[in-house]
Structures are given as structure tokens and as C-alpha cells.
Write a protein that binds this ligand. Sequence first.
Ligand SMILES: [Cu+2]
Length: 265
Amino acid sequence: MTFFTLGKQALVGALLALPTAAPAHFLLEYTTDALIDRPGDVPVKLVFWHPFENGHVMDLERPQEFYVIHRGEKTDLMDTLQPITFTGASNSAAAFLGSVPVKRSGDYVLVTVPQPYFEESEDKYIQQFTKSVLNRNTLPTDWMAPVGLPTEILPLNKPYNIIAGSTFTGQVLADGEPVAGAEIEIEYMAAEPDMDGSAATAPVASPPPGGAVVAISDANGYFTFGIPKAGYWGFAALGSGPATEHEGKELSQDAVLWIRAWELE
Ligand SMILES: [Cu+2]
């Protein structure tokens, strides 16, 4: 009995010592700025990465959909996508460079629907429906409306000028209905992609100890998080979408939202 217990402990120890993929995958829709001064084509990088720790980069396939919503009108941007390589601190992987035409004042809600990604270490597929919001001339037009994705995070604070030190509240939706008890992973984009090169810029922060930063949505799908620092913050509601299977394997349909916080100066 003692021998058996020791053996079991040794086995558990060996399992814990195995290198495992960091849990917090995030699909980035990265633009250098969220507030666009001059009209023109704004470059966007789509990168599937662990941006808080400048960790492993996953290969991103050509997405199923990539579009923008401006004043309620949807514009397909798939034609703008070009394959690129993105290099994080530990590896390089396939990513995409796209572009958003920003002309009139208002919000530009960027949406990416990726192909399900097979995560070998978890033996399951992950599909992150991702939103970020650009704005021109401070005129709010679209940020508060749901896009109608299978799952998404609806912002309750204007997502492009959150004040560092204040809070951000979102609501997790699946097919337009609130999702209670959703696990939301939260990451800071500690290293931002370099728009002119293929690598990331130097990280300006490190993740805290204790693993992923997590919030749980309440009975009506709401969660609130205090934003401690200026920059881009990402929220990923895990497995909040309606589909749970893809090609015979488990599928996690996640809702990702990026917000931009500013230091009050
Ligand atoms: Cu991961």
C-alpha cells in the first residue's frame, strides 16, 4: 500500500514536470493604434499567440472570415489578407497581415472567425471568435452593438479609451443569450507585434505568478476586471460558444475581445 502510494506520487510528480502548452491562447487583431487620426488603410496583424509571456506562437490558417463593421455595415476584408511569419521569443509561426480601410468618422469593429485550431497537447480544437474596435474622430457608432457571432463578448465600457486604474465590464453571449459561469482568461499584450518587422517588440511586463488571470461571468453573463496598466488587454471566454465538436474531437469555441487602456496624464 505504501509502495503503491509512493509510486502514484512519483507518477504525479513526473506528469507535473512535463512541459505543457501555456493555457492562454489568444488570437490577436493587432493595429499599432486603436484611435486612427488620418483616414487610410490601417494595417492589421492576425497572430495566434501567448502575448502576456511572449510565449509559443501557433500556426494560423487562413481564417474563415475577416471583416469590419462600420455604421452597421459589414465590409469583407478577406482579400486584404497576406500570409506572413510572426516570431515570438520561442518560435516562429504562420500569421496574416490584413488591412482595414478607415475613412469616415466612427467605430470600426474588426471581426475574425478563424478555422478551428487543433491543439495537440489538449487533444481538442480551439476556435476564437475575435473582436477589436478602432475609432476615428471620437464618434461612437458601433462598439456597443453585438455583431451576432456564435459567441462574443459585448463591451459595456467603450473599448478604445479605458482609463488605466478603472474597470472594464463585458457580457459573454452565445447566440445572443448571456452565458453564466463562463471562464474568462485575461491577458496583457506585454509585447506588441512590430508592424514593420516579423518579430515582437520587447516585452514591457511579465505575467503574475499563479497561472492565467481569470474571471467568471455572473448569472447574467457579466464580468468586471480592474485594468491596472495602459496598453492592449485581451479577454477570452473559454468554450462559451454553441458548437462543442469538430471532426470527431472536442471543440472549444471561445469569444475574444481586445480593449485599449490609457494612462490618465
Ligand atoms: Cu496556449
